[in-house]
Every structure is written in C-alpha cells, then in structure tokens.
Design a binder for this molecule. Sequence first.
Ligand SMILES: [Zn+2]
Ligand SMILES: [Zn+2]
Length: 129
Amino acid sequence: MDTINDIELTEYFSLCEFECPCCRRVMLSPDLLTRLSHLRMVINKPIYINSGYRCKEENHKVGGVNNSYHLQGMAVDIHVKDFLLFDLLLFAQEIGFNGIGYYEKRNFLHLDIRPGQKRVWKGSKLIGY
Ligand SMILES: [Zn+2]
Ligand SMILES: [Zn+2]
C-alpha cells in the first residue's frame, strides 16, 4: 500500500494534504504550518487545502505565476465550508499571513508567508493592509 506522505503533522493537518497532486513531491515551511494551525484553532472549522506545494509543471498547468510561493512550500489555497470568505480574510490578516489573495467567485483564499511588504489582493487589485 502506498502511504507516502501519510504523516500527521499536527492535530489537524497531514503532510499529504500539502503535496503536489501531479508528483506527490512536497515542500512545507514550518512557519506556514504554524500560522495555518493557528487559523484552524481560531475559526474552529476544518480547513480544506485546495493547493499546497506545486512543482514547476503543476504550477504552470494551473496558471500560477512564475515566482509563485507555492513553488517554495510557502503558500496554500484554502477553502472552509459554511464560512464567510470575508471573515476568513479578516482572521488570516490578524494571524499575519503576509500575502492574501481573495478569490470570491471560487470561494477560496490564497495565503502565503512572503518576506517583505504585506499585501491583500482581489483579482489584480490591491485591497488591503
Ligand atoms: Zn508535481
Ligand atoms: Zn495560491
């Protein structure tokens, strides 16, 4: 049986949730995991990870930007069922994710821990911080 990456990282997250869907390779920043766990505790609802680590091929396939933080294990796209996306955004800001993408139509947030200046965007528009 194939159980690669089937490793509990915290009470709420397993390594396989962060792996690249095409090749199952994975990189994960401990700092990203810490903040995500914090967010999980604060909202007290399961967080579904749409996209974690991406290899170059996968990133290209899904139309990610060339310098995407998904390539470095420093970003996730998340979805929370029955939770207002805007409220999720406010919690994520409070916890201190440095980059936050607000994707209203597809009901998910991109969260990353980029160094330097913080930013929140919606489409191509900066909307916060
Ligand atoms: Zn891959
Ligand atoms: Zn993303």
